[in-house]
Design a protein around this ligand. Structure first.
Ligand code: CP
Length: 311
């Protein structure tokens, strides 16, 4: 049974809660395979997506997830809303709540915004990515994608490669895999690995071959050029030479390794097209699974009882 009003981060979830989301997502994935992908579970509920940063995957998959569960949805584009007239974030959310919103899905460039909103509204709040803090639903869909392929969530070696410093995806994945009993190793240029990272119970290496040796999952991060200060690494070409995941690197990995990426990708920088489009890549399946996992969360948070009979 789900008890939380909000989902702000993986840090606050228990192993059992993560497993419940994965189990529920298995049932939701079945709905996605039906010719008519629609169930009445959340009829009468209203969900609002409020994104202060760009998004393709997260926003559209939440909207699809809500629609497949028969919830009503509204999507606020901050560029055309009264935010442009100076309305505060809290006033914006309270205004929308007064119209009957049951759940807000919020992305913001500042860490802590979804948590702040959650403390000030009765409606539920899901963090769709806040600054460099967490992106919990990305990690949940990643965990689900690995579960589909490997059939288990513990005893795995997850190598997270690239821009760890700016990555909320990395932090959420580290929390998730630690709770599930799998080992995490992070790898990237020293300037993109924060000094505190070892306190999160991960191993650190600056050598890509060492990171991917024996890895069950190679999780490649987007180089977040929009958040970078100059001088963190010499050139994109050099970054690719040292930390780009390409076919040569993959030759040294396990035969059944999975390659993942949260998207959007910088092809030819952190990952080559040859690897991104290869049979060991589950990048497109991550996107499909994003809908199933977000359906599971909406169901658990807004209406479900945690058992499969009601869907
Ligand atoms: N992975 C991810 O959050 O993608 P979007 O920015 O497209 O939502």
């Amino acid at each position: 049974m789900w008890k939380k009003k909000d989902l702000i981060g993986i840090e606050e979830l228990s192993k059992e809660e993560i497993e419940l989301i994965v189990e529920t997502a298995v049932n939701m994935k079945d709905i996605l395979k039906r010719p008519i992908k629609k169930v009445p579970t959340l009829r009468g509920r209203t969900i609002c997506t409020l994104f202060y940063e760009p998004s393709t995957r997260t926003r559209s998959s939440f909207e699809l997830a809500a629609k497949y569960l028969s919830a009503d949805t509204i999507s606020i584009a901050t560029s055309t809303s009264s935010v442009q007239k100076g309305e505060t974030l809290l006033d914006t959310v309270k205004t929308l709540e007064a119209m009957g919103i049951d759940l807000f899905i919020i992305r913001h460039s500042a860490s802590g915004v979804p948590s702040f909103i959650a403390k000030n509204v009765r409606a539920g709040v899901i963090n769709a990515g806040d600054g460099m803090h967490e992106h919990p639903t990305q990690a949940l869909l990643d965990v689900f994608s690995v579960y589909e392929k490997k059939g288990r969530l513990d005893g795995l070696k997850i190598a997270i490669i690239g821009d760890i410093f700016h990555s909320r995806v990395a932090r959420s994945n580290i929390y998730a895999w630690n709770k599930l009993g799998s080992e995490v190793i992070v790898c990237g240029p020293p300037t993109l690995i924060p000094p505190y990272i070892e306190s999160l119970n991960v191993k650190v290496t600056y050598n890509l071959d060492e990171a991917i040796e024996d890895a069950d999952v190679i999780y490649v991060l987007r180089l977040q050029l929009e958040r970078q200060k100059k001088g963190l690494f010499p050139t994109l070409r050099e970054y690719h030479m040292l930390y780009g995941v390409n076919s040569e690197r993959i030759e040294k990995a396990k035969k059944d390794v999975l390659v993942m990426h949260p998207g959007p990708m910088n092809r030819g920088v952190e990952i080559s097209s040859e690897v991104a489009d290869s049979l060991i890549s589950v990048i497109n399946e991550q996107v499909t699974n994003g809908v199933a996992v977000r359906m599971a969360l909406l169901y658990l948070m807004l209406g479900g009882k945690g058992d499969e009979d009601t869907v």
